[in-house]
Design a protein around this ligand. Structure first.
Ligand SMILES: NC(=O)c1ccc[n+]([C@@H]2O[C@H](COP(=O)([O-])OP(=O)(O)OC[C@H]3O[C@@H](n4cnc5c(N)ncnc54)[C@H](O)[C@@H]3O)[C@@H](O)[C@H]2O)c1
Length: 324
């Protein structure tokens, strides 16, 4: 790692603190600047990360001559305004998901980053999970044949949010995953959901996606569920891959199961599953290293602004369907 690299992190809340821990472990405390408007966080951050730099002023970040890379880990409704200011001041940005709440805002940021020739990356962290990288390589090399069906469950009890529903809180991860696997945009999006805990804020949603290739997919997300389950299932003509991040081990499995049409007769094949090994690396650390590398080498990020825009478009379309 280039030891001249420094990163600023805006927002030291629940997720922002993970960014701070990750950045300090890679770059060292003295190369990280934290900005949070809540002055109470100063003490907490300073005691957990001695020697770290802290400010409550956003202007200190965008006017800084030292910090060219900035991570925006504030609530989603603030992303557009903060990221715009940062790009205008020539900063490279890594924005947390969802990139913005409004499609036009995301488009504007993508265009601004291009105009300013700055890196714009979005924190779709699952695409940096080594199990997902492995799964993608296996799918692309034909291990499970032709893709047919994908589903993703992201279920847990809480934490409930009042500023967004479950679709916007959990599903950006699943949409991003399915976009990555299919390398395509859906031609049809429908969603249904239900609100039980707070009026008009869905606790559970089911989104159905259809692709022109014939691939179909669904995403089931809920924070009103008795246990944690993060399960992705990918069905192909020659086998099935299952990624269960909520399991302590054996997270990625290959099942040689399915049906073949042999001379007009449908025959089942059904063998034992095999556990697929993958590198044991931390997804958020991989995300940071990718961001730093893209900035250093002027490379297009895997989860760039365009990827995030497409994820956002699916969320917006699903929301429109949900509200019908
Ligand atoms: N990638 C993931 O897996 C993942 C997981 C959780 C949250 N997130 C995303 O991370 C972001 C933050 O979520 P969180 O749960 O940490 O929120 P949070 O409410 O816990 O923390 C937000 C922090 O930002 C600070 N803040 C708000 N406005 C600010 C401003 N203008 N300038 C400086 N500081 C400001 C607040 O004081 C607070 O400390 C959201 O976009 C969320 O969707 C991503």
């Amino acid at each position: 790692m280039n030891n001249h690299q420094k990163v600023a992190i805006i927002g030291a809340g629940r997720w922002g603190t993970n960014h701070i821990r990750t950045a300090t472990s890679i770059l060292g405390n003295q190369n990280v600047l934290v900005c949070d408007t809540d002055s109470n966080t100063r003490l907490r951050i300073k005691s957990a990360f001695p020697d770290i730099n802290f400010t409550t002023s956003f202007a200190d970040v965008y006017n800084s001559e030292e910090y060219h890379m900035v991570i925006v880990a504030t609530p989603a409704e603030t992303h557009y305004k903060l990221a715009k200011e940062l790009l205008m001041h020539g900063k490279h940005v890594l924005i947390e998901k969802p990139v913005t709440l409004i499609l036009d805002d995301a488009r504007e940021l993508v265009d601004l980053a291009a105009e300013k020739q700055k890196i714009m990356m979005v924190g779709h962290v699952l695409l940096y999970h080594p199990a997902v990288s492995k799964l993608k390589v296996m799918i692309d090399s034909g291990t499970i044949g032709k893709l047919q069906y994908i589903y993703s469950n992201r279920l847990n009890l809480g934490a409930i949010r009042s500023e967004e529903n479950i679709l916007w809180s959990f599903a950006p991860h699943d949409v991003s995953l399915i976009q990555y696997i299919t390398g395509d945009n859906p031609i049809e999006i429908t969603a249904q959901g239900a609100a039980f805990v707070q009026p008009s804020i869905e606790d559970t949603t089911l989104t159905y996606l259809k692709y022109s290739s014939g691939v179909n997919a669904h995403i089931f997300v809920s924070w009103l569920h008795p246990f944690k389950e993060q399960r992705l299932v990918v069905i192909g003509t020659e086998g099935m891959l299952v990624f269960e991040d909520s399991l302590p081990d054996e997270k990625l499995k290959l099942f040689r199961k399915g049906f073949r049409n042999e001379d007009g007769v449908v025959a089942k094949f059904d063998y034992e599953y095999e556990v697929v090994e993958f590198d044991k690396k931390m997804p958020l650390a991989e995300e940071h290293l990718h961001f730093y590398d893209c900035v250093a080498r002027n490379k297009k990020p895997l989860t760039d602004g365009v990827h995030a825009y497409e994820v956002l478009k699916i969320l917006v379309d699903a929301t429109n369907s949900l509200k019908k």
